[in-house]
Design a protein around this ligand. Structure first.
Ligand SMILES: [Zn+2]
Length: 64
């Protein structure tokens, strides 16, 4: 599932992550071009990101 370019709550939250949380916890690599992949199920939103250098996966889960 993807999120359209709009002023949805998903988009605002994703931009918040994009601004401040790009560093890989495993290897410390900062992925300047990376973004969070967003999936939603009901009122839960899951943000997932994979490090391009070590393939570590970071996941954040939020409730709207
Ligand atoms: Zn990494």
């Amino acid at each position: 599932m993807s999120v359209q370019r709009s002023r949805s709550p998903f988009e605002r939250l994703r931009q918040k992550f994009d601004d401040g949380d790009r560093r890989c916890r495993e290897c410390g690599y900062v992925d300047a071009d990376g973004g969070w992949r967003v999936t939603a199920a009901g009122s839960e939103v899951r943000y997932q990101r994979m490090c391009p250098t070590c393939d570590a996966v970071e996941v954040r889960e939020m409730r709207l």
